[in-house]
Design a protein around this ligand. Sequence first.
Ligand code: PLP
Length: 411
Amino acid sequence: MVVNVNEYYENIQNNYLFVEIARRVEKYQEENPDADLIKMGIGDVTKPLVKSVIKAFHNAVDEMADADKFRGYGPEQGYDFLIEDVIENDFKPLGIELKNSEVFISDGAKCDTGNFQELFSQDNIIAVTDPVYPVYVDSNVMAGRSGKPTDDGFYENIVYLPCTAENNFVPELPKEDVDIIYLCYPNNPTGTTLTKDQLKVWVDYAHEKNALILFDAAYEAFISTENVPHSIYEIEGAKEVAVEFRSYSKTAGFTGTRCGYCVVPEEVYVKNSKGEDVQLNPLWNRRQSTKFNGASYPVQRAAQAIYTDEGKKEIRENLDYYLENAKVIRDSLEKIGLEVYGGVDSPYIWFKTPDDIDSWTFFDILLDQANVVSTPGAGFGPSGEGYIRLTAFNTYEKTVEAMERIKELKF
Ligand code: PLP
């Protein structure tokens, strides 16, 4: 007997980013036990679930203890009570009509964005913005769509769309034809957004080339600027060419509770091997019904609570708190002459290191001299070199303190 491993796993370039950050932080802390580190590296929320979410969560748990109300397996696609509130609250106000069967509740956007590529044949050409949320790339590597890694940090068969200060973080259309394009706005890691006109360029491109856009809107709730689309379906024609992913993780502090959803409009068609049209929605439904057994009932009730008046108000307070931190970071870094991006419609602030210092060296400077933990931009892809990401997910007091320390740095 020989058990052969999926050979494509051998192509995965281990993303040592957060492991390496943890290693350096641990070493520093061992050598400097009194250092008071302020962590602004990992993109995880710090505020607890809001009251109305907790109340709904508790009520649903109590129902599970009651023989008359107990629920076993639920629909793999999610309960209608949540799907209906999603459509009413997240899409109707934007003028977007959706059917219940077009919304799929899940346990988060990481799974959905990682799994969705399964529906496509191996020879599709994938395009990603660079820097990028690593899940889009790695899930395609595992599926055998990427080819081999190259020495300079890319993969042979993936098309990279650089997003840097030089193009104002607006990706240019690819020169070569691509089939599937991952777009994430507001963007992780750069914190930047696209306007409706800029996103329309991509929707038009997808129509022209018969391409598909996988649109990750995990940070939608942070948008405060007018004319920044909350959903790709605000763009005319998008329903035929785009799938959208949403997450309650950053919107409502569900990183540890796990819930999100994806929208697969009935209008999206792809081709089968005979060149015939195949509707995407039933394929995703089939995939989910086979491999996913639904997010838990209490979690879906907890998620539903964010759509009540009280819930909306409470999560808005948390989002505004993080956005205020983002503003503090932005303003402070700008004041000391750094080139700063993001942080307006996003909890992420992306800045250029001074004097072209490389990301990891500047990470060490921030750690050693300011005791601030950041994320080096190079960890998100080659075009992230020379940048640093800071997150707004700390307390206001710590955020202010971190900025005071960075102000004192000499570089
Ligand atoms: N998409 C992006 C762009 C993210 O940054 C993250 C989390 O950091 C996710 C998806 C994952 O979201 P979830 O917690 O819903 O799995």
